[in-house]
Design a protein around this ligand. Structure first.
Ligand code: HEM
Length: 143
């Protein structure tokens, strides 16, 4: 029997435009850079903000529209950052959620927020594997 796996709902080019994604990403990182706790982490690791924003726009374009423009290794990048913890992930998600709610395209915002929560959870679990191998992994309280 032929089983057809219908996958269109996950990547949906009609969900949003590239301009909407670029605006969302720019608005989010503008908040991140001003944040008391997250700002310094990004200042220490991002030299070229235009490059970072272009990369993250590619990332979200791949996640939301399935364009496959991003080919990176986020798990390894985040594992290399010192001192990440649940409260930082929670703050990241809080700012992401705030930015999402400010977007005109509500369908894009909802999808992006759900994906962000799942990816944050998975990055945090991977992070603990690397940095805290001797304790049981903790979930993100907010994800
Ligand atoms: C505590 C929360 C987080 C912090 C402090 C953080 C910080 C950073 C920093 C400093 C970089 C630049 C690393 C470098 O270029 O060496 C980065 C890259 C990136 N972050 Fe995060 N991040 C967080 C959560 C997330 C989440 C939840 C996502 C996805 C939903 C995400 C997606 C990415 C991506 C795609 C990159 C680019 C990786 C690459 O170079 O290919 N981050 N992040």
């Amino acid at each position: 029997m032929l089983v057809r796996v219908h996958n269109a709902a996950m990547f949906d080019p009609s969900l949003c435009t590239e301009e909407e994604i670029a605006r969302f990403v720019a608005a989010f990182y503008a908040k991140v850079r001003k944040d008391e706790r997250l700002g310094p982490v990004f200042d220490a690791h991002v030299d070229d903000w235009d490059h970072h924003l272009a990369k993250l726009t590619d990332f979200w374009s791949s996640m939301l529209r399935g364009t496959r423009r991003y080919a990176g290794t986020p798990m390894a990048r985040h594992a290399a950052l010192p001192d990440l913890d649940e409260t930082l992930f929670a703050r990241w998600l809080e700012l992401f959620g705030q930015t999402a709610h400010e977007q005109d395209n509500a369908a894009m915002a909802t999808r992006a927020e759900t994906l962000a929560r799942r990816i944050a959870q998975s990055l945090w679990l991977g992070y603990q594997m690397q940095h805290h191998p001797d304790r049981l992994a903790r979930d993100l309280p907010c994800a």
